[in-house]
Design a protein around this ligand. Structure first.
Ligand code: BGC
Length: 705
């Protein structure tokens, strides 16, 4: 630090893109001279062993102080091997899987010279109009928190200096998932209570898991997040004790001018640095504006030094001062077939069987002719979804290929896969098919960043295609690809069998065939409430009850004149081929008072046993959700608060037990003054296979003072 000139210090705070992919308005030039001059401290979008090693050689060998660069990249759901989109992977409700896929991605990215990923994306999202719902964990803060911790563990491993680990960036801080009207980059306006109950906990989980970096969101809550002192400096750095690096989003520091809070680059740079942003990604603000901000007295040298120290500390933790190309040299990515198998497992565990009336699935092994219809049947590149990292877009397995591999004796005929062509219901392949697999949904480009949709239903023309297929009279299985729940009540009313197939990654077709043929049970469960109308948005299981809960008999209740308040499918919904039922729930000490509710004292944990039975003829798996409901408190509590979830596999006829423990803090909530508190009284422990209120088993417990 003592040897560094001001321009070199500022250089450590500047990140620019190399290569072509950019997600913002600034076109990238060649960063080589900036690296050589010490004006750039890190790059994004440059990957590959040779390319990164060559650039690192310039930084280390040709810049005055020889400070190594670090290389950042969006390894959002896979690097070379692309896994399901995070919203799909969330449906697996499996933190071990979430960690394992991040580990594989980290190993592949590190071998390509990447030191830091801009992931995990842990934005709670309750609005399917927002296309970035695809990149995150869905609606629930507990799921988001578990996913945050699992992904950070997976990316970072036990040490950042491990050449197969990459630094994780928890993003986008905070409440980016709640933009007004679902429009990307729009304003967000929510209460501090909702912030503390819903949007901050996943970031607390990521920081506790050791996330090396945090990226503030593009959004604005009065003050843009990139300049938000109370949230960045007071909460994240102060209350939570985050000591890592804050890296801005793409051009976000410069955009403080368009937000209307900075008159020029010097003011923009000063606002961001004062809020605690260490690295300016792709805006000219730090490079051009900080020297002037210093001259004008808007920032101090101590502010700049503190940021530089954090960036250098990250480089040190990454082991870059010891061995600047340690990741490139290690090249440790494991066995390709193991990575493929992991991607296939993640993909099949992400699939959610939404409807299976009449037990169309699983398909009989002897099935003769299958017609595969629709624009997603052979949409190879689309299978990867909106972020494909360094994944090869020519190698994903399509639905048709997956079915052909799984059913070599069947005749599998594509009927019409042209998105603009209607199917002819009298086409011979359709008329003679034993089954039609109808592949509908969004293209990958319809979700992700800058892909908000005011009307997130099926794209134009797909309804006509579906009607034509229906007119053929053949049994139909609908596969829905999407980065969000698609609003299409007509589809769910008409077709007996529908699966949510999200964007499943490289192994999509094989995973789909695994589930359709029953080679694997259908185990995915919805991490988001699926609306039946755009007007229901935002919709989620954790709503508060209202003084006038919806009632069909009373007009003056919280409901709509034109549509039910019930979702199309509740949070947690998903069918299995196995018939695993909850046979009973026992709470607390079995020797507790007979007759009355189980009673416990503040500070005690509560044990819950859920007994399950497989009552059908197939082995399989069930997911059990444990919700809490606090019926009377000083602050109205949500109808359901998810506190835990777990899965069990059972063979036909088998019984098993899932044990949960609710720790004392599970009963706490932010009180009227927003400080955490626990209030004595009764609670309901609600156990079920989804958030469907009719399927919950409720047990009352009593917390004494
Ligand atoms: C996105 C971030 C991403 C960054 C770098 C931005 O537009 O909002 O999620 O990490 O670009 O690619």
């Amino acid at each position: 630090m003592s040897e560094m000139r001001l321009a070199e210090k500022i250089g450590q705070l500047v990140m620019v893109t190399a290569g072509t992919p950019v997600t913002g308005p600034v076109a990238a030039g060649d960063p080589t001279s900036g690296v050589r001059d010490g004006r750039i401290g890190s790059l994004l979008n440059l990957w590959g062993t040779e390319a990164t090693a060559a650039m690192q050689a310039i930084a280390v060998g040709e810049s005055r102080l020889g400070i190594p660069l670090f290389f950042g990249f969006d390894v959002v759901h896979g690097h070379r091997t692309v896994f399901p989109i995070p919203l799909g992977e969330a449906a697996a409700f499996d933190p071990d899987l979430w960690e394992a896929t991040a580990r594989t991605a980290a190993e592949e990215a590190a071998a390509d010279g990447i030191d830091l990923t801009f992931a995990p994306m842990i934005d709670v999202a309750r609005d399917p109009r927002w296309g970035r719902m695809a990149e995150g964990p869905g609606e629930d803060p507990l799921v988001a928190s578990r996913m945050a911790a699992a992904k950070v563990r997976g990316f970072q491993g036990t040490s950042l200096a491990d050449p197969r680990s990459v630094a994780a960036t928890a993003k986008h801080f905070v409440a980016y998932g709640a933009p007004a009207a679902g429009r990307d980059y729009a304003t967000v306006d929510l209460s501090e209570r909702t912030l503390r109950e819903v949007y901050l906990p996943p970031f607390a989980a990521a920081v506790r898991a050791g996330a090396a970096a945090v990226m503030p969101a593009f959004n604005i809550a009065g003050v843009p997040m990139t300049a938000h002192v109370p949230l960045l400096r007071d909460w994240l750095r102060g209350e939570l004790g985050f000591e890592g690096v804050l890296v801005s989003d793409y051009n976000a520091v410069g955009e403080l001018r368009t937000h209307g809070v900075a008159a020029d680059l010097a003011e923009a740079a000063a606002l961001a640095l004062t809020a605690g942003i260490d690295i300016d990604m792709m805006s000219p603000a730090y490079e051009q504006g900080l020297p002037e901000a210093l001259d004008r007295g808007l920032v101090t040298l101590a502010d700049i030094d503190a940021a530089v120290r954090r960036v250098l500390a990250l480089k040190e933790r990454l082991g870059l001062f010891d061995a600047p190309t340690r990741r490139q040299q290690a090249r440790g990515t494991g066995v390709p077939s193991a990575r493929r198998e992991r991607a296939r497992e993640a993909a099949r565990r992400s699939i959610v069987l939404l409807k299976n009336d009449g037990g169309i699935l699983p398909l009989p092994r002897t099935i003769g002719r299958i017609a595969v219809v629709g624009p997603l049947a052979e949409a190879r590149a689309d299978m990867l979804g909106p972020w494909w990292g360094a994944g090869d877009r020519t190698t994903p397995v399509t639905v048709i290929e997956g079915l052909r591999a799984a059913l070599p004796d069947a005749v599998i005929a594509p009927v019409t896969t042209d998105p603009d062509a209607a199917a002819d219901p009298t086409a011979p392949d359709l008329r003679t098919a034993d089954l039609v697999v109808l592949c509908l949904g969004e293209t990958a480009a319809m979700s992700g960043e800058a892909a908000s949709r005011a009307d997130p239903g099926l794209p134009d023309g797909q309804r006509a295609l579906a009607d034509a297929v229906l007119a053929s009279g053949r049994p139909v299985v609908v596969l829905l690809s999407s980065g969000r729940p698609l609003i299409a009540p007509w589809l769910f009313n008409t077709f007996p069998c529908v699966l949510a197939a999200w964007f499943l990654g490289h192994q999509a077709g094989h995973a789909i065939a695994d589930v359709l043929t029953g080679h694997a049970d259908a185990t995915g469960r919805l991490p988001v409430t699926w609306p039946r109308a755009v007007g229901q948005i935002p919709i989620h299981a954790g709503d508060r009850p209202s003084g006038r809960p919806a009632s069909p008999d009373d007009p003056y209740t919280s409901r709509y004149l034109d549509v039910s308040v019930a979702p199309q499918f509740p949070f947690g919904h998903g069918l299995s081929f196995a018939e695993i039922a909850i046979a009973g729930v026992e709470v607390g000490d079995p020797d507790g008072l007979a007759g009355g509710p189980y009673t416990f004292r503040a500070g005690d944990a509560v044990d819950i046993r859920v007994r399950l039975e497989n009552r059908g003829g197939r082995g399989g798996e069930e997911t059990v959700f444990l919700f809490l409901r606090d019926p009377v408190a000083s602050v109205a509590r949500p109808q359901l608060e998810l506190k835990d979830f777990a899965r069990i596999g059972l063979a036909p006829g088998d019984r098993g037990v899932l044990r949960f423990r609710l720790a004392a803090d599970a009963f706490a909530f932010p009180g009227p003054d927003l400080a955490p508190r626990t209030e004595p009284g009764d609670f309901e422990i609600c156990v079920g296979r989804s958030a469907d209120p009719d399927g919950l088993i409720r047990t009352r417990v009593r917390l004494t003072a």
